[in-house]
Ligand binder design. Sequence first.
Ligand SMILES: Nc1ncnc2c1ncn2[C@@H]1O[C@H](COP(=O)(O)OP(=O)(O)O)[C@@H](O)[C@H]1O
Ligand SMILES: [Mg+2]
Length: 293
Amino acid sequence: MIKHGRETLVKMTDAGKYVVKEPLPGRGIAQKREWLTRQHVAADTIQQLSNIGNDAYGVPCVKSIDDANFRVIEERVDGVPLSPLLFRRMDSITRGRIIDALAAFYADMHTINPIPNRIEYKMDYELDVGALTDFVDTDMKKIFPAGDIKFMEKTIDRVSDKSYETRLVWSHGDLFEENVLYDFKTKKFNVIDFTEVGTAFLHYDMMTAYPYDLGIVDELRRRYIARRGAKNLPADFTDDARWARIKKFHDAAVALQNMNSYVYDLENADNVARKKLVAHIRQQIQKLKQYEK
Ligand SMILES: Nc1ncnc2c1ncn2[C@@H]1O[C@H](COP(=O)(O)OP(=O)(O)O)[C@@H](O)[C@H]1O
Ligand SMILES: [Mg+2]
């Protein structure tokens, strides 16, 4: 069986204990070297996690890296991609176990490579809403009432101006359903594909992307703090009220980001598509007004 992601070709057999990874065909030498470098960083991270030996979650050990032939051999992991839909259909005990596995995974990642300094995170790091800002300044007037335009101007400014104290952590960098394989037989939560591993902001890592899509950010944080202890974490993370406030900023940022892509799509939309997009935009404005409360 052959699988692939965005940049890796993976050969495996059902019975085989290992998978063989290579760069996707057609890549130039510079890209292949870069791929190899990241496979080494990935293998180091996996090795350190295995040294901890936490059986709350699984990671595939790398058996060998053949630098000359750009070939990685690693353990085969069983399981199906853990999508938000699949997760929501699980019983609460299984879900709890998975949140615990994820909390353990985060805690271990942050322990193997601790980055001690605290850092100010500015919301505009993640906001990429150029199309939306243009829209608010120009065409929005043709479709929406003046009140909505004022509200949007204010909201974009307000959200991008926010900042809070967090810290840098060692992060998987590509945690989403394709790289999380849940094995129903062994009930094991497996994480694969560590090629994007690097530093990230603690809040951002937990509040966005995968945990956000699973709808587990609060529970994940609670279990993470239980594992790590509050002592070394910034108050903007451990204090419930501050955490809730920051979560609102991130929720608002997600709504703004969604609006930005709808606005972007408006440009090439026919009349039917336009109607839908405008309705979506209206929905996001309603959401943003909710967060204001
Ligand atoms: N160790 C493994 N065991 C089982 N399946 C794997 C393993 N590694 C990768 N795969 C499968 O191959 C796909 C692509 O591999 P991945 O390492 O994620 O490549 P990419 O970096 O291109 O995303 C994965 O989504 C998964 O389905
Ligand atoms: Mg992948």
